[in-house]
Write a protein that binds this ligand. Structure first.
Ligand SMILES: NC(=O)c1ccc[n+]([C@@H]2O[C@H](COP(=O)([O-])OP(=O)(O)OC[C@H]3O[C@@H](n4cnc5c(N)ncnc54)[C@H](O)[C@@H]3O)[C@@H](O)[C@H]2O)c1
Length: 435
């Protein structure tokens, strides 16, 4: 074992390794807190200065990280945060958790990763471990990250260590957390894999080493493509069931009693969040470079992308049943977050539904206990308090997100409702239109 590797290994084993996390969002902050709770000294880095400010005050902005947990590690001195990238120089580990969105053309936008890697390169020194956690296509670590870090003259897997480890956190899921979800780790070489695996073993229940960074990158894209394609399939089955006058939810509930070979996925208003609508296109983009067309990904994208339009059609059907047009009707959305119990509107299908209804002349408002307001076009829309919304006399309500805190009996009693989430299954009324 080289001396740089043995020094880093020892520092990780006795928790003296200083850990820097670049990007303190839904992925980076929970991870920073886990490392700090395990006894490491952690420094979080973010370009958005409001995040370090809130962290240093012990205030959490991520629902899965309770204030008390964050405040405890800040108070104990194990976690601090900064915008000053020069402090990366004193880190033993640099863990990159920045966004990987798509460009308008649906091509990968690696600009955040490149900026973060360049910041790490500016202070890179022998003995450091750099890990990329942002979801990306196979080849990013060795084609994009490695050359930028090696431009310093230091060699990966010899002078410094480099690995990819996909983040699998599921915001809002209290059952599976950063600590309990197994962590896949692929290094650039055996030294990088073993030292990165050792690091994660100190904070997660199990580590799954794989043979390369590319395998680790592909694992994450397989997982998320699997979800996107199966959601696409079940959305298509939902459209089919409507034509056949079958209740798709009843069909799924019965199918899932099969103890093997079936896994339930549920239809809805479309895909949302920073992962499922985006990640598969990282894969299809990379596959295209090799002359391979990902037919399932493209088809699932088409079906899932058509769901908001279908929801609008169901609103039109509902309004039609009471002889009202969409144009001029007051339509209220319950939930704009992309999924249950999160405060994230990124890629939320509810925003597409809102946009499409507005284009057709509807007057659209919303209630979301997790989102006080958001910007739509040039306008800021504010959440209407739940009890006020129930009494407001809208022409049609739509359950777009099935937050657990909604009182569904009250929503079901509204004059006309479109339920995109099967949240009103206990209430069978002619005024309730399901997907
Ligand atoms: N949100 C999820 O559920 C989830 C789950 C698994 C994986 N991921 C992946 O993890 C990555 C991060 O996602 P997220 O949801 O945490 O994003 P996020 O937007 O919540 O957080 C990213 C943070 O990085 C900061 N940032 C951007 N550029 C920076 C830079 N150059 N230097 C320092 N900070 C910078 C941003 O200000 C932001 O605070 C993405 O690749 C995503 O696909 C996300």
């Amino acid at each position: 074992m080289s001396s740089t590797l043995s020094t880093l290994t020892e520092r990780i084993r006795d928790r003296r390794a200083r850990i820097g996390i670049i990007g303190l969002g839904y992925v980076g902050l929970p991870l920073a807190v886990e490392f700090a709770r395990a006894g490491f000294d952690v420094t979080g880095f973010d370009v958005d200065e409001s995040k370090p400010r809130q962290i240093n005050k012990g205030t959490s902005y991520i629902p899965d990280v309770p204030d008390a947990e964050l405040a405890a590690v800040v108070k104990s001195g194990h976690l601090k945060a900064t915008t000053d990238m020069s402090q990366l120089a004193s880190m033993d580990v640099v863990d990159i958790c920045v966004p990987t969105p798509l460009r308008k053309t649906k091509d990968p936008d690696l600009s955040y990763v490149v900026k973060a890697v360049d910041a790490a390169a500016a202070t890179l020194r022998a003995g450091q471990l750099v890990i990329l956690e942002s979801t990306t296509y196979p080849g990013t670590t060795d084609e994009v990250v490695q050359p930028r870090l090696e431009s310093t003259g230091l060699k990966a897997d010899v002078d410094f260590f480099l690995a990819f480890s996909p983040e699998r956190v599921d915001p809002g899921n209290a059952l599976h957390t950063t600590r309990s979800i197994p962590k896949v780790v692929g290094g650039l070489g055996p030294s990088s894999t073993s030292v990165a695996a050792l690091l994660y073993e100190s904070v997660v229940s199990s580590v799954v080493p794989v043979s390369s960074t590319r395998v680790a990158e592909m694992v994450k894209l397989l997982e998320n493509t699997f979800r996107a394609v199966n959601i696409g399939l079940v959305n298509e089955i939902a459209l089919m069931c409507r034509k056949m006058d079958l209740n798709v939810w009843e069909v799924i509930d019965a199918a899932k009693t099969k103890p093997f070979g079936f896994m339930p996925f549920y239809p809805g208003p479309g895909l949302g969040g920073h992962c499922i609508p985006i990640d598969p296109f990282y894969l299809s983009w990379k596959a295209r470079q090799t002359g391979f067309e990902c037919r399932f990904i493209e088809l699932a994208g088409q079906v899932n992308g058509s769901m908001p339009e279908y929801v609008v059609q169901r609103v039109a059907d509902a309004l039609n049943s009471v002889r009202k047009p969409v144009n001029g009707s007051k339509v209220h959305l319950f939930g704009v977050a992309y999924k249950r119990d999160v405060n994230d509107v990124r890629e939320s299908p509810a925003l597409d539904v809102l946009e499409l209804l507005t284009k057709r002349g509807a007057i659209v408002t919303f209630t979301d206990p997790h989102i006080d307001h958001f910007r739509h076009g040039g306008e800021v829309l504010h959440s209407v308090p739940f009890d006020q919304a129930i009494k407001s006399g809208y022409d049609c309500a739509v359950v777009t997100t099935d937050h657990t805190s909604f009182d569904y009996a009250k929503i079901a009693a509204m004059p006309l409702v479109v339920d995109t989430r099967n949240s009103l299954k206990a209430f069978e009324r002619p005024s309730i239109f399901s997907l």
